[in-house]
Design a protein around this ligand. Sequence first.
Ligand code: AMP
Ligand code: TRP
Length: 354
Amino acid sequence: MTFKPLVFSGVQPTGHLHLGNYLGALRKFVALQDSHDCIYCVVDLHSLTATLVHDDLADQTRAITAAFLASGIDPQKHIVFNQSRVPQHAELAWIFNCVARIGWMNRMTQFKDKAGKDRENASLGLLAYPSLMAADILVYRATHVPVGDDQKQHLELTRDIAAKFNNDFSRRIGELGVGQPVEMGEETVNGFFPLTEPLIEGPATRVMSLRDGTRKMSKSDPSDLSRINLTDDADQIARKIKKAKTDPEPLPSDLEGLAGRPEAENLVGIYAALADTTRAAVIGDFGGRQFSEFKPALAELAVEKLAPVSAEMRRITADHAYVDGVLRAGGERAAALAEATMRDVRDIVGLLQG
Ligand code: AMP
Ligand code: TRP
């Protein structure tokens, strides 16, 4: 027997979701529902790593949940919940803190960016963030994780943690008979955790700022014109696209012509992702045309695709009882799965239970 295919992903309840989150993550979550069992989690414990004190963590958690549901995730078929309801995540993260090495964490570019110059003063949680992320995934022994490009390094670390755990405990895993064949490079070992595959592909794995095509579209950018929020109305969306930075040349007639033109490349990628087509097809339609023609077409497409999601999100966000019910039911299903894994993990590590 090998690991059953299972999709897991998480989004932090911090700030508003933007077009990058939608195209890089949410739309992929929705697409995977037909072919896989999926678990989608609002990772509220991760939000404590940057700032411990939040005024509205519960409402932000509901808003992200509403975005999941408004995008089309089905909470009956799949599992939707918030991380802190399932304490097994934090329990496994502790064990992973003892598997992972400080050097591994120190190398994470997200940690370096977020901690800035004063690393000594960053929270220990910010350093250990990837260990909790690995636990989120591996407490379900999930095999596939859809994310944007910025999470690639964290997923490599998740594989490193799984591999080291499998190696360090190979004898116990064998004795207890809880292993599965795991391919590690050339050889196949009897391991407990799968080496999870990232799912990062498509035309919008890294949506860039509308004001600067070399920077990622981000919640933390001070300029609201840099991003399209899922809560923006049709006028705001159209205005931001109209004001998006571009160069003076018309769109090129082939894909190679996008090289060295980050703003043009970004807008073409956004169009392709929203229209569910390729960048080559967009260039096929718009090659040689001016931005003054392309931008209104893009704005119309963005409004057509995003306005229904944003309206549905507002409707669901207001219904606390419904959202809380989804999270409660999802949390119960998730906890049952997570506890089954943790019973084996406690045995493997040698902790006394039962
Ligand atoms: P975050 O909001 O940082 O928790 O990210 C939630 C998900 O959105 C993750 O899978 C990220 O990789 C993805 N994401 C965030 N920003 C972008 C972006 N600019 N382009 C594509 N995906 C993104
Ligand atoms: N680190 C991810 C982000 O900032 C959020 C996250 C936490 C996550 N745990 C996860 C994503 C597990 C995928 C799987 O976007």
